[in-house]
Design a protein around this ligand. Sequence first.
Ligand SMILES: Cc1cc2nc3c(=O)[nH]c(=O)nc-3n(C[C@H](O)[C@H](O)[C@H](O)COP(=O)(O)OP(=O)(O)OC[C@H]3O[C@@H](n4cnc5c(N)ncnc54)[C@H](O)[C@@H]3O)c2cc1C
Length: 378
Amino acid sequence: MDYRFTAEQEALKQHVRTLAEEKLAPMAEEIEERDDIQPGMVRILAEGELFRLLFPKEYGGAGEVSAVKICIAREQLSRISLVADTTLAMSGLGCYAIAHYGTEAQKRKYIPPLAAGEKLGSFGLTEPMAGSDVANIQSTAVLEGDHYILNGRKRFISNGNAADTLVVFAKTAPEKRAQGISAFILEKGTPGFESRYMKLMFAHDLAELQFKDCRLPAENRLGEPGQGWTIALGNLDLFRPTIAASSVGCGQAALDMALDYARKRHAFGRPIAGFQAIQFKLADMATELVAARCLVYRAASLHDSGEEGLIKEASMAKLFASEAAKRIVDQAMRIHGGLGIVKGNRIERLYRQITMGIFGEGTSEIQKLTIARQLLKN
Ligand SMILES: Cc1cc2nc3c(=O)[nH]c(=O)nc-3n(C[C@H](O)[C@H](O)[C@H](O)COP(=O)(O)OP(=O)(O)OC[C@H]3O[C@@H](n4cnc5c(N)ncnc54)[C@H](O)[C@@H]3O)c2cc1C
């Protein structure tokens, strides 16, 4: 087993790292505390050709879609800007499904502007009565002639206010659970469709969506009727390792800040890095981070090679990396002393942001259920 990146993967890592450090870091103060996605930030991601990583080459993407490559990009972006990272990734979480399940006409119409970063995507699954229990969604889509009439509500939808192209899920057979769910492509501006911001403890374009008799052309159904569940899970197979990579990037940022501060801050006549209690914290943080990174890239490699075990290992990566990153950021905050919780200090912001990785794409409890189910299935 080779733990090193290929030359192409290493070049991508350096490219995203330079872009994040040189172009995103100077605007971090502006973009990290605003819910509304800043066009300047999207432009930087687009000029860096990063949206292309999310889609296949035939439709303007960068090549074959690779979980390892998306993980590399997300780790490097989230080290500097979690907002830039999630804006990019949620566009893919929503619309990669079009590349995979869409008709040729859907692919040609929707993917090129998403791959160019001219339009943003979003993934609308969660509802007030359906979070972990997603099969319980209540939104409905009823076929009337050549249109579906969409009604219902969504909540916790990332990019939900800014997105131009949303993949949303609704029941076409409400008497069924998972097998009654279908997927639809919904365009911003469709009459009857409204979004509004949900305020979190950190900045994020998170939306509540409302559908009131939205008329969707029947050709906007993605995949077959009742295939929505498979489509949603297929997207999560690709993106679950990548949200774990985002947690690793945040953990790395926290470790870097803690190392720097521990060297500079003096107490009792010496740098606090000289105290064994601080050294042990740093050692634990670094060890957890390496373990998380190994799980992330192992799961991503399983995705790309098509080998067995992806579902279990992607959940392991997500579970471990998100919880480890939370512990790492907590330790980094303590190493900063009182300054760690002063507004405007980056570690304080990371302390709020780090919860994103725990809830998005299934909580830790749901990851454990998935892992256990896979362990017990034979
Ligand atoms: C920042 C953020 C971004 C998000 N982005 C998106 C998005 O883009 N698109 C989208 O569709 N959704 C998105 N979500 C929704 C996210 O996937 C859900 O929040 C998550 O699945 C949990 O659902 P819930 O919040 O309703 O919690 P609930 O399902 O109500 O769970 C409450 C608690 O009970 C636990 N629990 C539930 N069932 C079980 C069980 N069977 N066994 C043990 N424990 C259980 C949960 O782990 C949790 O601790 C986002 C959420 C957040 C916070």
